[in-house]
Design a protein around this ligand. Sequence first.
Ligand SMILES: [Fe+2]
Length: 326
Amino acid sequence: MKAERYVNGRKTRIAVLIFTVVVVALFHFLIPTAPHTYHKIHIVLRKLYFLPPVMAGAWFGLRGAALTTAVISVVFVAHAIVDWPGNYMEQANQLGELAGFWVVGLVPGWLFDRRRALMESLARANEETLLALVSALDMRERNTRLHSQRVREYTLLLANRFGVAERERRAIGLGALLHDVGKIAVTDRVLLKPAGLTEDEWREMRRHPGEGYRLLRRIGFLREAAEIVYAHHEHYDGTGYPRGLKGEEIPLGARLFMVADVFDALTSERPYHEAMGYQQAARVIRENRGKHFDPAVVNVFEAIRPEEWEKVRKRFADANGDTSIR
Ligand SMILES: [Fe+2]
């Protein structure tokens, strides 16, 4: 596992694999088969040929293992012919060794392919379960199904442009998707009231980031997302809730989300306002630079062309909602 952490990219893995094949082949070709002492070392080092098929199987699955084993087979057979001309027994022995490479390469390759397929289906099941949950919540509050998914995509659009690392991106996406999960604890009377909440009702409404955090923090793979959920109503200038966090005290994911969520709210038809066009919404966002929003995130927002927002909007447009940003 430790090695996995250092050998991450596909290109790096291919380079390490080629390097290993070359080093093993060099050992094999350069260490002589006589006298006996050298021959013993030669035989031991020959076992290193098992390494590349296993590495390829673990990193690239069955196809990678087959390709790598084919390459080392060519090198290995060439050597067996050169080193043992006419020695039938030794050549048969070498062929046996060669069969071993194939078994040792193909079995892990097959197992890794299976593991990958299982992981993918598990991730898909996870995603579908979460989508069902947030769609149900969106339907209850807004009579639309895709609000949370759209806001997740907007947040990820900002995160990509911000240069957020892949691992952090995942947590940010989950946090944006689940941001309002705590509203499950808010009564219908308060949640569905069109306007004019009393002080007590506001207090109940403002509990939802904390409730969401408490729900999610117990779930291992959602722990980082829970932090974003907890902070999704914090403002850059410290005027948000529930903790009144300020500036960089607010997790980056929540700062990105805040701009995405407001952009979505402004450009969507709501009972209390018409949908705004891009320019008008962008003006509101600019006006709140350094107030509600992190100035760096607003800069990134402005660097993204209106058509890119529109593309996301179209992909996640509700059937009963407005389908374009004017
Ligand atoms: Fe919220």
